[in-house]
Write a new protein. Structure first.
Length: 343
């Protein structure tokens, strides 16, 4: 069964990030994006919507107004609201409006995907997040490491991200907080492209990206296969300082790997997803034998229109080389020709 999901956000980077995350769910999802509530209503008028994922603040109608309009047309639709607003009154408004879930940007992807599966009633494939104590312990130790790295490099900010764009730890502040979401989304695209290129050339864990600018320089490098570190600061791309900078980064990368591995050992082993209750074995995912494929194609193949056939005969003449078909004259003699075509 395919579920149709509509993402509505005027920030293209956010829509792409959410769509990429949804594509990791290996179940039937048909995902469409719209930059405004008005365009979302147009999409909703064309086909059924099973899940609406909308920003709280949209140009034109708001996310909550859109939710009401979508549910008026599709009462069964689930709704997930995302927002950058931290005002408790906004949270209360979203809850009272009847949204199935809401998330504060940047969206924690594991929880987001779990909410999607829960709202759509899908089999759970997302491993539950570790306990809060484990998360806090991991964040604390990683934060300490990033603080030390920031001090040693005299950097403006250091962030560690996972491959879904979640910030695991950070030290310092980004120069422009308003661009935080767009920056993280762009980095996730860079992460995916880097992993692909590096695997093709056989150096999957030995690449980095260096950005030299008139303002802050940036270094982006992997920490294993699923995490990355971003460092922003003055003079990081300076060729004289670069060897020392890379040595410190490599040392911190190795230490971070150790901390991440230790934290993973503390996390409980994921449980196997339970089979849906109440479904007999003989009803589960029947396999259609290959020999029925030809029969199915023959049954569903479009049949030739009779009138079109006779029109072709009268236009092209009655000379046939196919012995199993009648000429027009033969059919007329037998009384088989269409009455409106008889001459």
């Amino acid at each position: 069964m395919t579920h149709r999901v509509l993402i509505v956000d005027d920030q293209r980077e956010v829509s792409r990030l959410l769509r990429s995350a949804l594509e990791t769910i290996e179940q039937g999802l048909d995902v469409t994006e719209a930059p405004s509530g008005e365009e979302a209503m147009l999409e909703a008028s064309r086909s059924k919507i099973d899940l609406l994922i909308a920003d709280y603040r949209l140009p034109g109608i708001t996310g909550l107004e859109l939710m009401k309009k979508i549910r008026a047309r599709h009462p069964q639709a689930g709704v997930i609201i995302i927002t950058g607003v931290t005002d408790p009154r906004a949270r209360d408004e979203i809850t009272k409006a009847g949204a199935n879930a809401f998330f504060i940007k940047p969206v924690p992807m594991s929880e987001f995907l779990s909410a999607v599966e829960s709202t759509l009633g899908m089999a759970r494939t997302i491993v539950e997040a570790p306990s809060q104590a484990v998360v806090e312990e991991k964040r604390k130790t990683l934060a300490d490491l990033l603080v030390e790295l920031r001090q040693s490099l005299e950097a403006r900010a250091v962030l560690m991200l996972d491959d879904r764009g979640q910030v695991l730890a950070e030290a310092g502040d980004l120069p422009d907080p308003a661009n935080r979401i767009a920056l993280i989304a762009s980095l996730m695209g860079l992460h995916s492209a880097s992993q692909k290129v590096s695997s093709l050339i056989g150096r999957a864990e030995h690449h980095l990206h260096l950005f030299d600018s008139d303002g802050l320089d940036a270094v982006f490098l992997p920490v294993g296969a699923s995490q990355d570190v971003l460092v922003l600061g003055n003079g990081l791309a300076d060729l004289v300082r670069l060897p020392a900078t890379l040595a410190k980064l490599d040392s911190s990368r190795r230490e971070a790997l150790g901390l991440l591995q230790k934290a993973e050992e503390m996390e409980p082993a994921p449980e196997e997803p339970a089979a849906p209750a109440g479904i007999p074995a003989f009803m589960e995912a029947p396999t259609i034998p290959a020999e029925f494929d030809d029969l199915f194609r023959k049954v569903t193949a479009p049949h030739e229109d009779a009138n079109a056939f006779w029109d072709s005969v009268t236009e092209n003449g009655t000379s046939f080389s196919q012995p199993d078909k009648l000429t027009y004259e033969q059919a007329a003699q037998l009384g088989l020709a269409p009455k409106d075509s008889e001459k």
